[in-house]
Design a protein around this ligand. Structure first.
Ligand SMILES: C[S@@+](CC[C@H](N)C(=O)[O-])C[C@H]1O[C@@H](n2cnc3c(N)ncnc32)[C@H](O)[C@@H]1O
Length: 433
């Protein structure tokens, strides 16, 4: 077992210096942390990643000269100290300084004086000075890369600031009750759940919103498959498709199976679902989730853009394409996304999305429907992508999504924070008979 701050620094190095994703490194770090310190570790990791550009703006005026490339680990150490001093009221300043200095590795003891001085000087600055430093530019103020702020401003001229603020807020934890095992009212009435102040959500009869994170494996019925963890925005996919028993459904990008399992819950476990996934490592989690929830699907490994390699020639009543995307709608849950993505990634993703939707369209029965979904808020991956598809596909007809507000272009966009949800885009298309 290691100390939460030591583990946080290890995690920050893996994410920010080695380019790994937070979701890949966080579970192992949590395992190594004493249970009582896990909330602190979670807060430090998410907090520093969320506020990285703001922490940078607070650090720069305190350094006489920037640290060398080989000392970027010290920059992370300073971010960790500054985060505690500026954003964590519960940590006394002396503890934030001393605990941070203690994290210095033996071979960097030479920096002890520097770390001490920077953090102590910062602790003495007043709020007005800090606000002035943070006001230097939009990137420091909103803690997002400038290119992403520019894109959001262009795509959402009225809402870009609300999106940036929502990306920096703590998300709720949302459960989706498995109606084949229990029901929402009974589950919410359990004393362990009552203690967490559960709220039903108006956009899904299965959703229970909890204000803050808990270890879901310790909630009643986890092993027995009474619920899944899924944001209400993601729950809209199956609710829009309304699958029925006996239908043939393709879930084209399926792992870890959040939407596959929801589709099957709504179809009373009697739909014929093919859950396709390209990444072999992610297929295990898909299988585990199906097993835990007691649901059936035929799991296949394959690339959705090359159906010749996995399709048996039987057309589908519905296709769900939860496309690989920038994930810019779920930055509040995965703040590392904003530092890892580049404008070049967005261009490459739009090409992949186009290839997949075009390859899957012929697999749909006449009269069948395809639901295109992303957890992105960028028009290039969403409205523009589907406008191009609809224009170039003679037998494609857009269906209205009555449960969500339209966005003035093809499909419906949920923006992060709206009704407590993640950012998600849906476009429902029917193949003319
Ligand atoms: C947004 S995630 C899907 C989440 C999933 N639908 C859920 O609700 O749990 C996208 C998934 O698509 C997979 N993927 C990416 N490109 C693919 C492709 N060409 N064919 C099939 N799967 C792909 C990724 O490995 C990833 O698991």
């Amino acid at each position: 077992m290691s100390n939460a701050r030591t583990l946080a620094l290890t995690g920050l190095k893996a994410v920010l210096l080695e380019g790994r994703s937070l979701s890949a490194v966080q579970p192992a770090l949590m395992q190594q942390c004493p249970a009582a310190d896990r909330p602190l570790l979670h807060n430090l990791l998410l907090g520093v990643l969320r506020w990285k550009a703001s922490l940078h703006a607070l650090l720069m005026p305190l350094l006489k000269k920037p640290l060398k490339a080989k000392d970027q680990d010290l920059v992370l150490l300073l971010y960790l100290g500054l985060y505690q001093l500026h954003y964590m009221d519960a940590v006394p300043a002396h503890a934030a300084v001393n605990e941070t200095v203690r994290l210095l590795p033996q071979k960097k003891r030479w920096a002890r004086g520097l770390i001490n001085a920077v953090l102590r000087n910062f602790a003495r600055t007043d709020r007005a000075t800090r606000q002035q430093w943070l006001g230097c530019c939009a990137s420091a103020c909103y803690s997002h890369p400038q290119w992403l702020i520019d894109r959001l401003q262009q795509d959402w001229p009225e809402q870009w600031q609300a999106i940036l603020n929502a990306n920096n807020a703590n998300p709720p934890l949302t459960l989706r009750i498995n109606p084949l095992k229990t029901d929402r009212d009974s589950y919410m009435a359990l004393p362990e759940i009552q203690a967490l102040a559960p709220q039903p959500h108006p956009l899904s009869d299965q959703a229970i919103v909890l204000k803050s994170a808990v270890d879901v494996r310790r909630l009643p019925g986890f092993d027995a498959g009474w619920f899944s963890v899924q944001d209400v925005a993601a729950q809209q996919a199956a609710l829009i498709l309304q699958p029925r028993p006996g239908e043939r459904i393709l879930d084209a990008c399926a792992a870890p199976g959040g939407k596959t399992t929801h589709l099957q819950e709504l179809a009373q476990n009697q739909a014929h679902i093919i859950a396709l996934e390209k990444d072999g490592a992610r297929i295990n989690r898909l299988q585990e989730n199906l097993h835990r929830l007691g649901l059936h699907a035929q799991v296949r490994q394959g690339d959705a853009s090359t159906p010749d390699q996995w399709w048996d020639g039987e057309p589908f009543d519905h296709i769900l394409l939860d496309a690989p995307c920038s994930a810019t709608g779920i930055i509040r849950r995965h703040p590392d996304i904003k530092w890892h993505r580049t404008p070049e990634d967005i261009a490459a993703l739009t090409t992949t999305q186009r290839a997949i939707v075009q390859a899957l369209w012929p697999l749909l029965k006449p009269g069948g429907t395809l639901l295109y979904a992303t957890c992105s808020v960028l028009a290039a991956e969403n409205q523009q992508q589907m406008a191009t598809f609809l224009e170039s596909t003679a037998d494609a007809q857009q269906l209205p999504i009555e449960r969500l507000p339209p966005c003035g272009a093809p499909g419906s966009q949920i923006l992060p924070g709206q009704q407590q949800m993640d950012g998600f885009y849906y476009c429902h298309v029917r193949k003319r008979p």
